[in-house]
Design a protein around this ligand. Sequence first.
Ligand SMILES: *Cc1c(COP(=O)(O)O)cnc(C)c1O
Length: 390
Amino acid sequence: MTRRAEPASAVQTGEAAGVLTVDLDALAANWRLLRDRMGGPEAGRACAAVVKADGYGLGAAPVARRLASEGCATFFVAHAEEGETLRRALPEAEIIVLNGLLPGEATLYSCHRLAPCLNDTGQVRAWLEHCAEAGPTPAALHVDTGMTRLGLDPQDLDAVDLDALNALPGLVVMSHLACADEPDHPLNRRQQAAFAEIRPRFPAARASLANSSGLFLGADYRFDLGRPGYSLYGGNPTPSAGANPMRPVVRLQVPVLQVREIRGRRTVGYGATAGTAPPAWIATLAAGYADGYLRAMSNRGAVFIDGRACPVTGRVSMDLLTVDVTEAVQAGSEIRPGTLADLIDARHTIDDVAGHAGTIGYEILTSLGSRYRRRYPGEIEAARPAQGSA
Ligand SMILES: *Cc1c(COP(=O)(O)O)cnc(C)c1O
């Protein structure tokens, strides 16, 4: 192993914990595809972006700035604090907060021009009282059509002042699908029908029902405003149809720390859950469950080094993971400390990794650790703070 030629990519200084590349050009292409599915502005419909949980773990500010530059005008976050942070990145955009209005929060919302999702009759009353003093201010109304999580029961609509709600500027009426990733599930049709039934009570509002998978259910699920999250980040919105229509956005590369030939019969890692016998080469990588490489992936799946699959062997530990590189070494790959392994990429997607971990890609994304150096090809520069900062 004396040749200098280096087929596998190598780590740069400052990237010892790994590199998470978020391809914002691919993200933008994904948003445009979903916008086009909505029918676009000509059809009077729009596509928002859900950037809660820091843009599904990828970085809400760079994600949202790029999408805003593509023409995305509406962003959803979970918490008011997330909205406050996002407002600094997006001085102009409409920001809607899904988790609703907690007592005492109305001023925070007004101050940062955030629209709350009003999730119960008390929140509707509180917001209308706030608007009576502060002036009419945008909000969304969340009606529960079958998710049984957040939102008012359709029957509760009789107990709210619909005229006052309808007089709010920029009102959005929304509901959320429970089974959109299972196109044949009967609950989809029931939720669509329940939502279509209440929609006429809000003549001036924009209606919003579909998340990523909902946008692929059919034209009657689209209404006025699409609300995708996962698919923007490259997740497959049509898992039962197989092929993913979205472009991969995430690439996770982690350096090899050590590689060695194991010369006897040995076990690997905590609990001695894996064994090796010669000829065997094991590489130890700089990521573990503290970085979101879930412990459930112990002895499951593979990473790619120099384009070759190297199976995960032994338990994933907090900061480290061990992979069997015997085949790669025998095939001539030069693997040494600093060589980068691909943990997530276009061949081995967030959905694939989730499959190995027995979870969903949403959890893989939102678990991606804070120690990775994040890179954003296609990034839009932050606006100067001189104007428009809230
Ligand atoms: C998270 C969320 C979305 C986005 O869902 P995806 O499946 O990620 O597209 C849309 N609406 C609500 C209410 C959500 O909580």
